[in-house]
Unconditional design. Structure first.
Length: 294
């Protein structure tokens, strides 16, 4: 259902408000550059600081601007199961193709609680669900066995964004869930190894900045041109790292502002702009990748 380079889109702001015109041209640019799907209102999109109305306004606008050219996956997770159910219904009403759903954060449920959470969410809507396992942010880790239990019991759960950083999980999940279960990397720097062991794409931060190179990299992996994939991986590697030299999405917003003319780099508190060392690392990585500043 989903594969290739899928940017986790930044959300542009001007004077504290969602910058609609900038977002529309950003969506167009991403599609023109070869992105195969779009994630609206994920972590990189600063979903944690969007109101509910803003959140699904961004999703609706992404769907409207994409106009069927690529699928739109809406971030819709919550640590409150009732809110997560409301969110997936809102994502469906906004026209999203699927919902990206984290397990409950902060609460720290056990594996049974995680299963019951997703059982309720799947029961609230027919929208396809992509699980998002990111224990570095949620603290809660979905065990491979729990992912398999969810996938087997809930047909609307079609795949997972795996940001655990544990490459062996691709093989373990493939063994438990089968090769048709979509596995997408949540870490750009690990996408080569992830794809080599059964992954089919990446929900990417770097694709915000270098969508064509990321799309070409994923295409090389899909065609088993591993030499080309390695060449592109090497070209992008410093950028993958530089975009996390300060709290995300500070560095990636700075980078997009360097690549696209007059693109806003404003963030919402508690996020602040990337520091001087981070900006220098991004500038150096852009030069290494051969990406010209606007």
């Amino acid at each position: 259902m989903f594969s290739g380079s899928i940017p986790a889109l930044i959300t542009p702001f001007r004077n504290g408000a969602f910058a609609e015109a900038d977002f529309r041209r950003f969506v167009d640019w991403q599609i023109e550059q070869g992105s195969s799907a779009l994630v609206a209102c994920g972590t990189t999109g600063e979903a944690a600081t969007l109101s509910a109305d803003e959140h699904f306004r961004v999703v609706r606008m992404c769907v409207e601007q994409a106009a069927g050219r690529v699928p739109v996956i809406a971030g819709a997770g919550s640590n409150d199961t009732r809110v997560a159910c409301d969110n997936i219904r809102a994502a469906e009403e906004a026209g999203a193709t699927a919902a990206l759903m984290v397990p409950p954060y902060y609460n720290r449920p056990n594996q049974e609680g995680i299963f019951r959470h997703f059982e309720a969410v799947a029961g609230a809507s027919d929208l396809p669900i992509v699980l998002y396992n990111v224990p570095g942010r949620t603290v809660t880790d979905m065990a491979v066995e729990t992912v398999a239990r969810i996938a087997k019991a809930l047909p609307s759960v079609v795949g997972i964004k795996d940001a655990t950083g544990q490459i062996h999980r691709v093989s373990a999940t493939r063994a438990e869930c089968g090769p048709e279960f979509v596995q997408l990397s949540g870490n750009d720097e690990l996408a080569l190894a992830f794809n080599a062991t059964g992954g089919v794409g990446c929900i990417s931060v770097t694709a915000n900045v270098a969508p064509r190179l990321c799309a070409d990299f994923q295409a090389a992996c899909a065609s088993s041109d591993w030499a080309k994939a390695l060449e592109l991986h090497d070209r992008l590697f410093a950028l993958h790292i530089a975009l996390f030299t300060d709290a995300s999405p500070g560095p990636v917003k700075y980078a997009v502002g360097r690549v696209l003319a007059d693109f806003p780099t404003e963030l919402r508190l508690p996020m602040t702009p990337a520091g001087e060392k981070s900006r220098a690392a991004v500038d150096a990585a852009l030069r290494l990748a051969g990406i010209a500043a606007a």
